[in-house]
Design a protein around this ligand. Structure first.
Ligand SMILES: [Fe+2]
Length: 290
């Protein structure tokens, strides 16, 4: 069956039909998927039926699978769904015997880049939907090439060569990470320092790299000046024209380029089960300052 590639929106995302991810991919199919991925930034595969080994094999075609991130669900693989694969993280609100089996609960997750508080953020992330609520829990993606291109030249000049702190204290769902305190001075917040403008190592295009807004800080500025400039940048970035929102179905697999997109999640009814298995690819290829 030939591969069909259909854009999901004018902003980004493409649905791939004609590929069964429970089977190994041949070289021609893999190249077609990589080409589509770098063009559309997020790939959607529907109606998949995967084991965790299948999910890890598929993810590994695009890079090197990382182990479950710290403070995430590495210690929560006891729900009976996941074998002992350290590459698979559970994202879920399900509670068994009083213990959360996964991460992030049912609350909203603000715009973010996975693991950007680390010196080498993940190159990519994948999510496989095993159980989804009837409504809520949608995941939205934002094209950071388009966000960059929308900035006035004067603003690009002001942030060119600048770095920002990507605060490590909170998860994308707003939870405080173990062992950390909320920063009282964002200029001293723990977390990696990354250039705000970066060049993608595969496409050579420049993109904005913001991570998340909470507790962000542009290095070398007064806090008030940094706050004002960040608000100005984010005002151009969070534009519906750059966004595609995905409504999940059981069996969906999404693979996104964590370098060139941000993502967020809607909240959902906490009494309804939502269960995802997640992988991420190591940040192996260096980013370059744009
Ligand atoms: Fe995320």
């Amino acid at each position: 069956m030939a591969i069909d590639i259909t854009p999901c929106s004018p902003a980004l995302g493409a649905e791939i039909r004609g590929v069964d991810l429970s089977q190994p991919l041949d070289d021609g199919t893999l190249q077609a998927l990589k080409d589509a991925w770098f063009e559309h930034l997020v790939l959607l595969f529907r109606d998949q039926d995967l084991t965790d080994h299948d999910l890890v094999r598929f993810s590994g075609y695009f890079g090197t699978c990382d182990k479950a991130p710290p403070n995430e669900a590495a210690n929560k693989l006891s729900d009976g769904y996941s074998p002992d694969l350290p590459e698979v993280t559970i994202i879920s609100n399900v509670v068994v015997d009083g213990v959360e089996i996964g991460s992030l609960g049912a609350s909203e997750c603000a715009w973010h880049t996975d693991m950007s508080y680390n010196p080498e953020p993940a190159d990519a992330s994948a999510l496989y939907a095993l159980e989804v609520p009837e409504a809520g829990g949608d995941t939205a993606f934002l094209n950071m090439y388009k966000a960059h291109d929308a900035l006035p030249d004067s603003l690009k000049e002001r942030i060119g060569g600048r770095k920002a702190i990507h605060d490590a204290t909170f998860t994308s769902a707003g939870g405080l990470r173990k062992g950390l305190e909320p920063p009282t001075d964002v200029s001293k917040a723990p977390g990696a320092h990354h250039p705000i403008l970066r060049t993608h190592p595969e496409t050579g295009k420049t993109m904005l790299f913001l991570g998340r807004r909470t507790n962000a800080y542009i290095v070398g500025m007064d806090v008030a000046e940094s706050e004002a400039l960040l608000d100005e940048i984010w005002g151009y970035t969070t534009n519906d024209d750059f966004v595609w929102t995905h409504q999940w179905r059981k069996g969906d697999v999404l693979l996104w380029d964590n370098r060139s997109v941000m993502h967020r999640r809607d909240d959902f009814d906490p009494s309804v089960r939502r269960l995802m298995h997640r992988t991420q690819l190591k940040g192996e290829v260096p980013f370059y300052t744009g």
